[in-house]
Design a protein around this ligand. Structure first.
Ligand code: F6R
Length: 266
């Protein structure tokens, strides 16, 4: 695992935008796994700015989002489909038919939706790079604590803590879903690269447990310790509970020299 500690939230977004731009030069038809929430917003802004300047194109990119709420329609302003259109898809040249979210309508069978999503990811050739944020309880996607490391795209019940953390985004009279369709942990681990992005002090505890704690389904993000190409990109605040910061910084410097030598996507 590589742990990249940067000064600010903006630096985290720039680091990620630089590498995604490099990846798209090497592989213009890459398949990206995407997340919603606060964490990737600055990254999406940077990528859309680069597109506007003609520096990057998404016209051959395919995307698969981690999750989508159950119980609200795709067009609802609270749906993750709407978030993705507003924050990213609508600002770049990606054809909407190349974008996927695990949407399960009231009449769909969630098992079939889950299997179809897995099948679509496989048919697309798998995910080249999966981005994810982390919940304060260590969740990734909506894989809440106790989620199996063998899990695949399915329905998960959100914890009361997650519901309460996300309640700031819903007005009091608005329906807030308690269920979501989410890629499973095994789905995420199948991606060729995984990136955990985290910013802010409120993520420090979860980041510390995910990176330096035991691998446990009680901290779903600790599953990334099992991935052969996992990168954690954090700002100083989110890194504040890590015990091996000197080593992580030194390892990044050494690896950067090697990447320059072989001119690879680091
Ligand atoms: C979003 C998702 C969630 C968030 C996590 C962090 O698609 O799957 O796991 O990444 O809850 O949310 P933020 O970024 O809002 O702190």
């Amino acid at each position: 695992m590589e742990v990249v500690i940067l000064e600010t939230e903006n630096d985290v977004a720039t680091w990620a935008a630089d590498r995604i731009s490099d990846l798209l030069v090497q592989k213009p038809d890459a398949t990206l796994g995407l997340a919603t929430g606060n964490t990737p917003l600055a990254l999406y802004r940077r990528l859309s700015d680069r597109f506007a300047k003609g520096l990057v194109s998404f016209k051959n990119v395919k995307t698969f989002n981690l999750d989508e709420y159950i119980g609200i329609e795709e067009g609802n302003h609270q749906s993750y489909r709407t978030y993705m259109r507003k924050e990213f898809f609508g600002k770049v040249d990606i054809p909407l038919e190349n974008t996927h979210l695990p949407y399960c309508s009231a009449t769909d069978n969630p098992r079939e939706v889950g299997s179809a999503y897995e099948h679509d990811i496989e048919t697309a050739g798998g995910i080249d790079l999966q981005l994810f944020g982390i919940g304060a309880n260590g969740h990734i996607g909506f894989n809440e604590p106790t989620s199996s490391f063998g899990s695949r795209t399915r329905v998960k019940t959100l914890t009361k803590r997650t519901i309460s953390e996300n309640s700031r985004l819903f007005s009091p009279e608005e329906f807030q879903p308690h269920l979501a369709m989410t890629m499973g942990i095994a789905t995420i681990l199948d991606s060729r690269r995984v990136w955990l992005m985290a910013t802010g002090q409120h993520k420090a505890e979860a980041v510390g447990q995910a990176i330096e704690g035991p691998i446990s389904s009680m901290v779903p993000a600790s599953a990334l310790q099992l991935h052969e190409s996992a990168t954690v990109i954090v700002d100083r605040s989110a890194a504040s509970k890590l015990k091996h910061i000197d080593y992580y910084n030194w390892a990044v410097q050494e690896k950067t020299k090697l990447a320059r030598k072989f001119d690879t996507f680091p």
